[in-house]
Design a protein around this ligand. Structure first.
Ligand code: SF4
Length: 493
């Protein structure tokens, strides 16, 4: 995808990442490792730019309003962080407690070490239950394990029931935001997608689109054998699974079908029921600015004798998929994430390029950490650098995750493993200069002499050697005529 200018084709990348061919690759459909190509395409898409600005502005304003409305929001966020830190430090204990609590309620717990195993478990449950149709409420964990294709291959139709997920399922696309999966669509494009798939011409009026979606999905709920959800939280003490939604589809998914399967990352466990209000208060405020999400569904196992609603079977799939490996690294803090999406809305990079450019399931600042950790650092070399390190993500995060710190850690890791001899050579010279004051002064003098000759009006428009990449897209300030030391010496005399 990278095409040097010397070959005479390609356009300069808007973020200064060299020269790229703008291809018609649909990055919304497949996971990929082409951040430069995908981000260039996103930046050149005016419809996406408008949609992103509109949504992220609204959600970010909601986040700030939500925190400001709480007298003790900073203390509450610190408290939530302490709960997460404590839970992660005793994760094995709380997971075993959760398993015992769920079993006591009549549920079944399955441990999945990776995505393959998780898919296999869910497909086996579907086969054993002779399921033909599964309804799903929004679950990033199920996206992570690519569950839908596996079920469809096993002959189970899958219907996404969150409206945004429903649209992207029809369009055969991936979510582009943690809480607003169809952020890249406008009402016109939604009308187009629905018209194409439902065989009738839909007006681009939000109410009639929502009513049509409701009509189609009600029928799916009525016929479904299996309901699949994620879990926002799972309480170890009580075996309670908590789902937070704004559309009510989570409730229908967990009560109508005869089998309910909840898939959760192992980091979603919290110790006690009394910890739950802290997270419920913060999740909605951080994500959208709501005091509380419209539906907080609390599930305690399958239907009991005498109860009217609920499934005959309840299965909880506990997914590791790299999490326990991350737990033992300096990136453990990333496991505190409650997937509210606030860091995406606050990030100046996400706000311009949207979620599909990041390539993996998780996007935005937290995705720039999770994707390299769960997938591979070397396959995702750009992601740790997709940040200005401005700290807006941490300021918006309900558990104050130090995302910039971890991004720097990933950059260090990249350089630790990197075998680029030019870089090793440059850093070696730099280390030598820092240890020899005379050499440092000589290097400074040489750089000043050479660079000042190239400057016009205090700016260098084209740098030599590796610096050329920088000046392809922006100017470089000319060095000052005198060094700090020279000026210091002059005023101290
Ligand atoms: S890192 Fe923080 S702000 Fe970002 S999604 Fe996770 S909890 Fe929300």
């Amino acid at each position: 995808m990278i095409s040097p200018r010397s070959q005479g084709f390609g356009v300069p990348h808007p973020l200064g990442l060299g020269f790229y061919n703008i291809t018609m690759t649909n990055y919304a459909q497949h996971e990929h490792h082409d951040f430069p190509g995908a981000s260039a395409q996103a930046l050149a898409n005016p419809v996406l730019q408008t949609a992103l600005t509109r949504l992220t502005d609204t959600l970010l304003a909601g986040n700030r309003r939500g925190y400001a409305a709480l007298a003790d929001s900073s203390d509450l966020r610190d408290h939530a962080k302490r709960i997460k830190e404590h839970t992660l430090a005793h994760l094995d204990t709380y997971l075993e407690q959760l398993e015992a609590s769920v079993q006591k309620l009549g549920g079944k717990v399955h441990w999945a070490s990776d995505a393959d195993e998780a898919r296999r478990i869910v497909v086996e449950i579907a086969k054993a239950g002779k399921c033909k149709l599964a309804v799903k409420s929004k679950s990033m964990t199920s996206e992570e394990i690519h569950l839908n294709p596996a079920l469809e291959q096993a002959g189970v139709e899958v219907a996404e029931t969150d409206f945004g997920e429903y649209i992207i399922q029809l369009a055969n696309e991936r979510p582009s935001h943690l809480v607003a999966p169809a952020v890249h669509h406008t009402r016109e494009s939604i009308a187009r997608v629905m018209s194409e798939h439902l065989g009738e011409l839909m007006a681009d009026d939000p109410k009639s689109l929502a009513m049509k979606g409701r009509e189609v999905l009600r029928e799916k709920f009525r016929k479904a054998d299996m309901g699949i959800t994620g879990a926002n939280f799972a309480v170890a003490e009580t075996g309670t699974i908590v789902l937070v939604t704004n559309e009510g589809n989570g409730r229908l998914t967990t009560t109508c079908p005869r089998i309910h399967v909840a898939i959760m990352g192992i980091e979603k466990v919290i110790p006690r029921f009394e910890d739950l209000p802290t997270f419920l208060k913060l999740l909605a405020r951080a994500a959208t600015g709501q005091t509380l999400s419209v539906y907080s569904t609390i599930i305690t196992g399958p239907r009991k004798p005498g109860e009217l609603d609920g499934p005959d079977e309840f299965h909880l799939v506990l997914l590791d998929n790299g999490r326990s490996r991350v737990l033992a690294t300096p990136f453990r803090e990333s496991l505190q994430c409650i997937r509210c999406g606030a860091c995406l809305n606050a990030c100046p990079v996400y706000r311009r390029i949207g979620g599909h450019a990041y390539g993996g399931v998780y996007s935005g600042p937290i995705g720039s950490i999770l994707t390299p950790l769960y997938d591979s650092v070397s396959e995702n070399p750009h992601l740790p650098h997709v940040s200005s390190l401005c700290g807006a993500c941490q300021a918006a995060c309900p558990v104050k995750i130090n995302i910039p710190h971890m991004l720097i850690g990933l950059r260090e890791l990249q350089h630790h493993y990197k075998k680029n001899r030019w870089e090793r050579w440059a850093y070696g010279l730099w280390a030598m200069a820092l240890q020899q004051p005379w050499l440092y002064r000589l290097a400074q003098w040489g750089a000043r002499f050479l660079l000042r000759r190239r400057a016009t009006n205090g700016w260098i428009n084209s740098m030599p050697g590796p610096g050329a990449k920088w000046t392809e897209q922006r100017d470089f300030p000319s060095p000052a005529a005198k060094s700090f030391r020279q000026r210091w010496d002059e005023i101290s005399q």
